[in-house]
Design a protein around this ligand. Structure first.
Ligand code: 5GP
Ligand code: ZN
Length: 111
């Protein structure tokens, strides 16, 4: 499958990993929109929020818990979690990912 984030998961493509466990990997966004900008993804290829199925519900919770762990480890006092869904929602990569964004009080997400 020609998916950049699957390639990052499989280490076929390099990335700056900030967290990893058996189901999840998180890495620095290549084009950060704020001083802190990480992407948290399931290793399983789920194209978008619209493709999440009931059997993924534990995994989705674990993605949020991974964000919590990363934020704590990085000493982030506050942050934003963003998920773009579909082209009209700003999604470019069709592999589910949470953006963890921090480091600027007035961080705004650019389209
Ligand atoms: P989306 O717009 O799909 O929600 O976000 C995709 C994000 O992936 C963008 O912020 C973009 O900068 C990031 N991105 C795209 N290609 C790569 C890559 O090859 N490596 C990394 N680390 N980030 C990428
Ligand atoms: Zn994928």
């Amino acid at each position: 499958m020609d998916c950049i984030f699957c390639k990052i998961t499989n280490k076929e493509m390099p990335s700056d990993v900030v967290y990893e466990d058996n189901k999840i990997i998180a890495f620095k966004d290549i084009n950060p929109k704020a001083p802190v900008h990480f992407l948290i993804i399931p290793k399983k290829h789920i194209p978008s929020v619209n493709h999440i199925e009931i059997q993924d519900k534990t995994l989705i919770g674990e993605l949020i818990l991974a964000v919590q762990k990363i934020a704590k480890e990085k000493g982030l006092k506050g942050y934003k979690i963003l998920i773009n869904v579909g082209r009209e929602g700003g999604q470019i990569i069709d592999h589910l990912h949470l953006h963890l964004i921090a480091g600027s009080k007035n961080t705004k997400i650019q389209e």
